[in-house]
Write a new protein. Structure first.
Length: 291
């Protein structure tokens, strides 16, 4: 693919399976074709806002630990192959285009069904999955995950943009605005509970799927702002000490410097008729731009 730089700092390029977008100010974004995994987003100040494990596997042999893995056609454990978080984050996507939309760099990546994905117990359907990633005029990262049913049979799916946010100290982070929301507590046998607190804190293992969560959320009082559409749930996750030890692709103290806030569509699953299209969008806005 051509490299395009319309100024020393703005443009796009692709090499070794990684697409790089450079936008307003010092903003940039890196996307691995493997899983269409966004692994870096720097805001206009140049500050990295996503967490990528220093021991993440980046050779395509495993899902990338960090950034924004795409869980599709299944969020979480379940009957479909592979049992956890679906196959989209494990497969190579194709770079369809990279361009400057006015002064904003934009990349389009695509995954379509294969013999492997259609194998019986996997996902015996035809689909086209598209990720559109762009840096806007102020360096915010805009993602659209577009699902098109290209087959003759309706199918259902669940999905999550499994976003890892870099923080100084996870135990000092809170997410507000969830009081009264029901959630499935995966750290307690997926029991359904109702959030009693205005602020959810990460002072131990947190693994919760909030149902019908607000579409405008902050990670921390002064952290990244998430604006989501078409993703009714919000998953909050931090594995804390014990569960992190079990992760081969994260240092034992990795839990301290990230929290996951994952816009998701789980309850209910999304039903897509033949020919239908479904868009899930997520805008990540730097704390420098929000009061
Ligand atoms: O999003 C939370 C979660 O479902 C946790 O239960 C934990 O399994 C996490 O995802 C990471 O899953 P992974 O398959 O990437 O190790």
């Amino acid at each position: 693919m051509q490299t395009h730089v319309d100024s020393p700092t703005r443009g796009y390029s692709e090499s070794d399976g990684v697409v790089t977008l450079r936008g307003a100010g010092e903003s940039s974004c890196e996307i691995y074709l493997h899983g269409a995994t966004v692994t870096s987003w720097r805001d206009a100040s140049g500050r990295e806002r996503l967490y990528l494990s220093p021991t993440a596997v980046l050779d395509g042999s495993a899902p990338i630990r960090g950034g924004i893995p795409i869980c599709w056609p299944q969020f979480g454990p379940g009957p479909r192959w592979p049992k956890q978080h679906g196959f989209a984050r494990r497969l190579p996507w194709a770079l369809v285009s990279a361009e400057m939309k006015r002064t904003e760099p934009r990349a389009v990546l695509r995954l379509v069904d294969t013999e492997e994905t259609r194998a019986s117990e996997h996902f015996p359907y035809r689909f086209e999955l598209t990720l559109i990633a762009a840096l806007d005029a102020v360096g915010s990262l805009s993602l659209v995950l577009r699902v098109r049913n290209t087959g003759a049979t309706a199918f259902t799916f669940t999905t999550a943009l499994h976003s890892y946010f870099a923080v100084e100290d996870a135990s000092a982070v809170q997410v507000d605005g969830l009081r009264g929301k029901s959630y499935k507590d995966n750290a307690d046998g997926l029991e359904e509970k109702v959030e009693q607190e205005e602020s959810v804190r990460f002072e131990g293992e947190v693994d919760r799927c909030y149902i019908g969560a607000p579409d405008d959320i902050r990670v921390g009082v002064s952290g990244v702002r998430l604006k989501k559409r078409g993703l009714s749930e919000l998953v909050l996750w931090n594995p804390f000490v014990e569960k992190t030890r079990a992760l081969s692709d994260m240092p034992d103290d990795g839990w301290r410097t990230f929290v996951c806030a994952e816009p998701a569509a789980v309850y209910p699953p999304v039903e897509l008729a033949s020919g239908q299209v479904y868009d899930a969008t997520l805008d990540l806005i730097s704390p420098l731009l929000t009061k």
